[in-house]
Design a binder for this molecule. Structure first.
Ligand code: 0WD
Length: 257
């Protein structure tokens, strides 16, 4: 039996077919989920429609999480199109370059606010917009992507780590407040994976190599390596797990050299 048969998943954060969200979308679909997609802006519209055609999605819609009207509209569109939602994948992040690469003490007020708005607050406001659709399903599973730089200071990750700490604790408070409605909220803390967002991080290859040297399980990680955990968290196999963060990082989190 397919683990996600009869479930509908909203996938955010596909920028291209290197995105972690893309690897997860493929796996959710293979396990029987029906998919809906968002893309960040008009510029990506045509490319996204071409990319996701293979999943026959009924909804492919624009979503800039800094716009309240986009967030509210997506919640309504999901409910109108599918009548419910069972899985929401949050796979988005942004930090202005100057606040990612500069000296940490020099992070700007506006950069701090924007980075947290896009990377962390979006989990809260999108969840809120999707509540009617989750309620129609009688519960569901929210899955977000995070990184160990939210737990420890990792050089070159800086402000992005601050947003991950905010995202992770937001996930736990959401888990607490939505538990009665059978909505679960869990994070996947992924190891370094070469994507568009990763390329924005200074010396990402160096960081990736350093992590790989320490990882108990060897080898470069890909989105497909993360996808199985998303299938598990989206499925009823994990029905008693919420407020959790699973490290899918070849074991990097458990070693200190
Ligand atoms: O090593 C990595 N790649 C890791 C990534 C390790 C651990 C965690 N993560 C996290 C990221 O922080 C992010 O939360 O995984 C998530 C997905 O990241 P990704 O797959 O590495 O990156 P990417 O393919 O670039 O997708 C992120 C997307 C954006 O792409 P851009 O073009 O900015 O690189 O986030 C989306 C956008 O599609 N995004 C937005 N979506 C809606 N509204 C917005 C926005 N304002 N800003 C960015």
């Amino acid at each position: 039996m397919k683990l996600l048969e009869g479930k509908t998943a909203l996938i955010t954060g596909v920028a291209n077919d290197y995105s972690i969200a893309w690897g997860i979308a493929k796996a959710l679909y293979a396990h029987g989920a029906e998919l809906a997609f968002t893309y960040q802006n008009e510029r990506l519209k045509e490319k996204m429609h071409g990319l996701v055609k293979q999943f026959n999605p009924r909804l492919v819609t624009e979503l800039d999480v800094t716009k309240d009207e986009d967030v509210a509209r997506v919640g309504q569109e999901v409910l109108q199109t599918y009548g419910q939602v069972d899985i929401f994948l949050h796979s988005m992040a942004f930090v202005p370059k100057e606040d990612l690469h500069g000296e940490f003490a020099k992070i700007s007020r506006s950069g701090f606010a924007l980075a947290n708005d896009i990377s962390a607050y979006s989990l809260i406001n999108l969840t809120n917009a999707l509540l009617p659709a989750f309620e129609a399903a009688g519960g569901g599973s929210i899955i977000y992507l995070t990184y160990i730089g939210g737990e420890y200071a990792i050089s070159t990750y800086g402000m992005a780590g601050v947003t991950k700490a905010a995202l992770e604790i937001s996930g736990k408070y959401l888990a607490q407040s939505l538990g009665e409605r059978k909505i679960r909220v869990n994070g996947i803390s992924a190891g370094p994976i070469k994507t568009l967002a990763a390329r924005g991080i200074k010396n990402f290859s160096g960081l990736q190599q350093k992590a790989q040297d320490f990882m108990p399980l060897k080898g470069e990680m890909t989105p497909d390596d993360v996808a199985g955990t998303a299938v598990f968290l989206g499925s009823d196999l994990s029905k008693s797990i919420t407020g959790e963060i699973i490290h899918v990082d070849n074991g990097f989190h458990c070693v200190r050299g």
